[in-house]
Design a binder for this molecule. Sequence first.
Ligand SMILES: [Zn+2]
Length: 224
Amino acid sequence: MFFHPAYLIVIPGILLMFWAQNRVKGTYRRYAQVRSKLGMTGAQTARAILQKMNITGVKVEPVAGELTDHYDPRAKAVRLSQGIYDSDSLAAAAIAAHECGHVLQDYRGYAFMNFRAALAPAANIGSQIGPMLVIAGVFLAATGLSTIGIILFAAVIAFHLITLPVEFDASRRALKLINQLGILQGEENEGAKAVLQAAAWTYVATAFYAVLQLIYFFLLSRNR
Ligand SMILES: [Zn+2]
């Protein structure tokens, strides 16, 4: 196993990710137990929002797992996890509405979403090959090789940073919609907000960790 003291720099990132993961799970479990007054399930919430926005042709379907909810722009499908799809909790309304926020971004041509999708392949390659090139460059004393690795890994950072406005915007749209449509009322909106804010922190933590990794790779490559 390869270890260098500069690796210590990524520890705050790991801690923040751990904290955010715990927080999102805790907040989710708490508000998954609070049923909304109106009693609409996640699936009903998603369908009501899509209908209200005059969006036809987007399916709302269940998907296995916990917190696996997502919108698939290619399949035009909002996929809601079992705990969300059939649940009439505040968490279910919040998460279902958030995924519909991504549908709206897709249908209204939200620039950051397209940019993020365009960056995805480069980020994928960068996350796999970037670190290997940096470490190979260090062992071979080839600074150029390490620099290429760092540039490739920079695509990963760009991807995670561009994810932030995409996710914040989807949540902002979600909270507005569930309030406007009366799916949640009064204080219930605060519960939905807490769930979506906790989820937002996981994206912040991931981006922060990626930035620290880049700094680590840079320090490693400059080490001789
Ligand atoms: Zn999202």
